[in-house]
Design a protein around this ligand. Structure first.
Ligand SMILES: C[S@@+](CC[C@H](N)C(=O)[O-])C[C@H]1O[C@@H](n2cnc3c(N)ncnc32)[C@H](O)[C@@H]1O
Length: 282
């Protein structure tokens, strides 16, 4: 029989193999900055999709939980948000934070999305920047769809990574965008998933499908910082997979840092597709 320790160790190796962005405390800090750039757009999409007081929601791949708290605020004390992520460190940090904040309509738990066994439980399911990391998007979407009650709403936000903005042109920025797509693809993900999301919704039988695009951009501020932060968090995945060596990485990082600090360079986060729809009533 395997010891718990051995199984946890295996889980961590598996986790490191399939998710390219370092998580834990620093991962949570990076996601907070992403949230500063993106949350207002996600909240807008949630409102258009129909979030309201009293709904039972799921935040799938919640990361640092910034959107979990926003959703909890929107559904109020009569509703609740269950939030899951397979990063055990980030879930432990979220649980500690939840205790400190004394928020009572949120529950964080650690699980792989593929292991979710929920049946028609939620009124609204939200998944931001999760599906593009997965090696079986269709299966994950089916699992989410199964967890949704008939008539419930699902809102997915995900990237078209090649559609970043960086002006003036930077070779280092182009390299960063290419490296990200390559390393995500090596782990089975798809950095170009965004525009393919409506197809996923149609084949899942969703109705009243709506699509919008969000792309925060800046000469300064959180949207501008995200690329450099992401490059740092994919360093080990890039080196492990031999997509880049230390020298190549340092060269690109130096240039990316320089354009991030240059007030005349305009940089965006990845173009983000926001797609929502309703599950048919029985
Ligand atoms: C880019 S982050 C986005 C986090 C959050 N949704 C946000 O927008 O701030 C993707 C998250 O998905 C989680 N994740 C990746 N693959 C997963 C899986 N198979 N099951 C559960 N969570 C997963 C990662 O641990 C990470 O926290």
């Amino acid at each position: 029989m395997y010891s718990t320790c051995y199984i946890l160790h295996l889980n961590n190796i598996l986790y490191a193999m399939i998710y390219v962005i370092d998580g834990g405390r620093e991962g949570k800090a990076r996601l907070n900055i992403l949230g500063q750039a993106m949350n207002e757009y996600s909240i807008n999409a949630l409102l258009k999709a129909g979030i309201k007081t009293g709904l039972k929601c799921l935040d799938a791949g919640c990361g640092g939980g910034m959107m979990t708290y926003e959703m909890a605020n929107l559904v109020g004390a009569e509703g609740y948000v269950t939030a899951l992520d397979f990063d055990k460190d980030i879930i432990a940090l979220n649980l500690k934070e939840l205790e400190d904040l004394q928020i009572h309509n949120v529950n964080f738990f650690q699980t792989d999305i593929y292991a979710l066994k929920s049946n028609e439980e939620f009124d609204l399911i939200f998944a931001r920047y999760l599906l593009s990391h997965l090696n079986n998007v269709e299966e994950a979407f089916q699992i989410l769809n199964k967890a949704l009650r008939p008539g419930g709403i699902i809102l997915v936000e995900d990237v078209q990574f090649s559609a970043h903005i960086c002006t003036p042109f930077s070779e280092a920025f182009e390299t960063y965008v290419r490296w990200y797509a390559e390393v995500v693809a090596l782990r089975g993900g798809d950095a170009e998933l965004g525009p393919k999301l409506p197809e996923l919704f149609f084949s899942g039988g969703l109705k009243s499908i709506e699509v919008e695009i969000a792309q925060p951009v800046g000469l300064s501020g959180p949207a501008k910082q995200m690329s450099l932060l992401t490059l740092d968090k994919i360093k080990s995945a890039l080196l492990d997979s031999k997509i880049a060596d230390e020298i190549e990485f340092d060269k690109v990082r130096l240039e990316l840092e320089s354009i991030t600090n240059d007030e005349k360079t305009l940089i965006s986060i990845p173009r983000t597709f926001q797609v929502w729809g309703r599950k048919s009533k029985k």
